[in-house]
Design a protein around this ligand. Structure first.
Ligand code: NIG
Ligand code: FE
Length: 432
């Protein structure tokens, strides 16, 4: 890794070569500048809060100062540096509002078992699944986990994700849950991507509590949540509310106790079976109910009335080889706000690309491209309570955006298996 500083001290060029754990060479060129002008933008597609909807602007320029968008117009103020967008498309950076990136190794052997017909739930019952990753994380050092998570964040940023929610949940004891959240905090402090931490001690029942799950719930409430709150290293609290994991009463207890400690509730709801967890999300005023593949009309009505965002994760349905996608149209018709995210994790969804998630949402859930882009940017930012700062290209917001090698947004899902990105701009810095 090397640094070069310009003579006038204004432009700092940092050229760093990171070698991925997966042996990929990643070239990162950062131009840190006091001001930047983007010229010759063919199309700018973004949510606009003034009209409360998506907007397409053509032949436009953007001015950025100290990482913040200061002007959008046909001719903006000059700046220290310019990027000629060559008539191409520009969108906000993606906000991935649901990921589980703090694990050590992939679980490709389970993937192979599923190809032979064993289901995700059967694998979990045999001691695989989440518990498999827990053994690794408990034995890993903070440094080992840091390296894995850092290189994963390189990959997320390279496909246009500029803010990412990251859950703990492969530690399942106080020490390893805190270790996982510390890793998120440390990577966040040293990586360009913005990471938002969620405590998910309630991801599965660890083997030592298998005969007394209520004792584990007590440990979460009496020991883990106070420790997490004391350290101030998580914003959200999430529970896998599902048959075989945490039931409604247990989820209510954990999320309420977290809320008392200042952790905002969000919920894995109605993923494999309908359990009434969408209604629980509504009852608790959770900011988001995620998955919802098996939500029924009562659940949809409840989250609609309570203003809970539905975070849909079509990558999980796809990766598990299922056809049970979340009922986007029914949710949309009921007036529910929809966000999209990857659910990146080593078991049920080893997918890190938001452009690919948009393609899945369009093809399998019949989302129109504009709604999918809104869900993957503004709505996912809203589900992280960050919509005043990120999620759209508007004056006063952080300059997080993607300059595409494309002209129109329909080309994003159309290019299913490749993502023609020219540049990612993060807080006004050119990342590559
Ligand atoms: O969101 N649902 C719970 N957690 C993940 C799966 C995690 C894993 O298998 O490791 C999910 O699908
Ligand atoms: Fe998940």
């Amino acid at each position: 890794m090397g640094y070069r500083y310009s003579d006038d001290g204004i432009i700092v060029v940092r050229l760093s070569i990171e070698i991925y754990a997966e042996s990929l060479l990643f070239l990162q060129l950062n131009l840190i500048m006091s001001s930047l002008q983007l010229t010759n933008i063919g199309q700018l597609v973004s949510y606009n809060s003034k009209i409360s909807g998506m907007e397409t602007l053509e032949k436009i320029q953007i001015a950025i100062d100290d990482g913040i968008i200061t002007e959008i117009g046909n001719k903006v103020n000059d700046a220290d540096r310019h990027i000629d967008c060559k008539g191409k498309l520009i969108t906000p950076g993606f906000v991935d509002s649901h990921t589980h990136p703090v694990f050590l190794n992939g679980r490709e052997d389970e993937f192979a078992m599923r190809l032979k017909g064993t289901t995700y739930k059967e694998i979990a019952t045999k001691g695989g699944g989440i518990i498999n990753s827990v053994n690794d994380v408990r034995n890993a050092s903070q440094r080992e986990l840091f390296d894995r998570v850092f290189s994963r964040m390189n990959r997320f940023l390279s496909v246009g994700t500029t803010t990412i929610e990251c859950k703990s949940g492969y530690g399942l004891n106080t020490e390893s849950e805190i270790k996982s959240l510390k890793v998120i905090d440390e990577v966040n402090n040293s990586h360009k991507i913005d990471m938002v931490a969620t405590f998910m001690g309630a991801h599965a029942i660890p083997v030592e509590f298998i005969d007394d799950p209520d004792e584990y719930v007590k440990l979460i409430c009496d020991e883990m949540l106070p420790a997490v709150a004391r350290q101030g290293i998580a914003k959200f609290n999430d529970v896998f509310c599902e048959n075989g994991y945490f039931n409604i009463e247990q989820a209510r207890m954990i999320l309420s106790e977290g809320a008392n400690k200042g952790l905002v509730p969000r919920l894995h709801a109605e993923e494999f079976e309908n359990s009434g967890s969408a209604e629980l999300a509504a009852e608790l005023g959770a900011v988001s109910a995620d998955h919802l593949m098996n939500v029924n009309d009562v659940g949809i009505e409840a989250i609609s009335a309570a203003g809970v965002i539905a975070t849909l994760l079509p990558g999980t349905t796809f990766f598990l080889g299922s056809s049970n996608y979340a009922p986007y149209k029914r949710l949309e018709n009921a007036g529910v706000n929809i966000a999209l995210a990857t659910d990146y994790n080593p078991g049920s969804c080893y997918i890190h690309s938001m452009p690919f998630i948009i393609a899945l949402a369009c093809i399998f859930m019949k989302m129109d491209v504009m709604s999918a882009l809104k869900a993957a940017t503004f709505m996912s930012a809203k589900s992280l309570q960050l919509e005043d700062k990120i999620g759209s290209i508007e004056v006063g917001k952080q300059a997080d955006m993607v300059i595409w090698d494309l002209e129109r947004i329909v080309q994003i899902p159309y290019n299913v298996s490749n993502h023609p990105i020219r540049n990612v701009i993060k807080s006004g810095e050119l990342i590559f």
